[in-house]
Design a protein around this ligand. Sequence first.
Ligand code: SF4
Length: 330
Amino acid sequence: MTHLALHRRKALGDVLLTLPLALELRAAGHTVSVRTDPRLQPLLDRCGALTRCPTGAVELDLQRPRSAVPGLGGGLGRPPLLDPLRRLLHRPTHLDGVHTLDRYRAAAGLPPGPLPILARGSLLDVEGDDGGRGEEVVRVGLVPTASHGARSVPAEALAFACAVVAARSGRPVTAVVLAGGAEPPTRAVVDHLRRVACVVDVDTRALSGGPVRLAELVAGCDLVVGADTGPLHLAQALDVPSLVLFGPTSVTRWGPWRASARAYTAGLACSPCSGHGQTPCRFGHRACLTGWSPSGLASALEGLEAAGPGSWVGGRARRVTIKFDTHSPS
Ligand code: SF4
């Protein structure tokens, strides 16, 4: 057994994507902790599967995968982190069970492709805030914006998703606008949602809270739809059904790894065009997202209905009664 400390300092989505790897390492018999930004640490501390490592733990810097791992070595000609990971997991093919970060797959000699699906159940010990709505409405978390604008999703697509959910569930929708990246949603997006007939309320409380508050609100949603951002990774960590709209970023690299999650993509030949959506569209139209297809979105949402008893059509099976008594700084 080795005491391991995984370092991933930013950002929310990347930090949460360390969880499958951390759990795989733990299943291989190691003591594992994840060290991160102090604002995100409370979330990771609520992941009961992880423990605090004693001092002297082997440090694995996932933020800099080419950095050396003292005592565990690394292979020549490829990122040094890969060989230590294979050694720690004992079974190279078992890298199948960690989140891709494509390089992990490469280490195991696996081709690129969709990620394996973990068992259902929340990875985080978080109870949701359902806004006191009972089961009469469907709470749909919406993430319109990302830290890089090229990943942002048109308000019309999110409004359409609400309409599909309302039509298929027979219940009205409360739109829960969730923070994504550094860009707050524009007033225009919120106003647009308020004008959609099936949306009876727009809940913007998540915009002023920290990561733990965000997690409470995500956990209280029946479904989360939006841009490739941290809140969508949070939905997966909490096993809340989710649909991620991908445009300039890679579905293979950042795509869903849960049975309760789906990806939507327009399938353009130019996509993906950047690692994080930091590059402006070279055509200037962002058709990968602005050209979203109603039939494609509807069929992706319908695919989620088969995701099991937590599906949004029947309402969440989980009762929401407990809140955190502490909050991280925003
Ligand atoms: S180049 Fe293609 S994938 Fe990239 S932003 Fe433009 S339309 Fe989207």
